[in-house]
Design a protein around this ligand. Structure first.
Ligand code: HEC
Length: 142
């Protein structure tokens, strides 16, 4: 009986350890793995038609006019914020001459593309467009 109980406790402990190990990296991974490679490809097309005219083909921006949307400065600006804030910034204010013209799905795609160019690795599932869910994803470092 005691042996059975010990096995049960060991199994339960192992299960808990697996849960914790699984939960912690997911929370710390930030934007890494939060979007898919297919989404990056779609986002690249959105970017080319809706954003590149101001922010540059390489997302490099134009000094004092249009901020870069990838690279060290971009990561520094956004790493302590959430993916939700980035999504909201884009869907509410961009493209600057026609804000509100993009669908939530297009916005999520273009956010995925921006993160990918900044070297956040893709994961297996698309980034969604639910604001509350996106708010829970920290951008973090790539
Ligand atoms: C007509 C020019 C123009 C277009 C087109 C445009 N933007 Fe912008 N964007 C700006 C300007 C100007 C700013 C700086 C002012 C501000 O933050 O609103 C900016 C700022 C941003 C920022 C904030 C960057 C930071 O680090 O502060 C993001 C993100 C952004 N744009 C994304 C996009 C995306 C994505 C698209 C395409 C869907 C896009 N923009 C299209 C002009 C443009």
């Amino acid at each position: 009986m005691t042996k059975k109980l010990n096995i049960l406790i060991a199994a339960a402990t192992a299960f808990l350890v697996v849960c914790v190990l699984h939960a912690v990296p997911a929370a710390q991974a930030g934007a890494s793995g939060s979007f898919s490679a297919a989404q990056v490809t779609r986002g690249e097309a959105v970017y080319a038609t809706q954003c590149a005219s101001c922010h540059g083909l390489e997302l490099e921006g134009v000094a004092d006019l249009f901020p870069a949307l990838a690279g060290a400065t971009f990561v520094q600006t956004w790493q302590d914020r959430s993916v939700g804030e980035l999504f909201e910034k884009v869907i509410v204010t961009m493209p600057a001459l026609d804000p509100g013209s993009m669908t939530p799905a297009q916005t999520a795609d273009v956010v995925a593309y921006m993160l990918s160019v900044s070297k956040y690795p893709a994961g297996s599932a698309d980034l969604g467009s639910d604001q509350a869910a996106l708010n829970a994803i920290p951008v973090g470092a790539p």
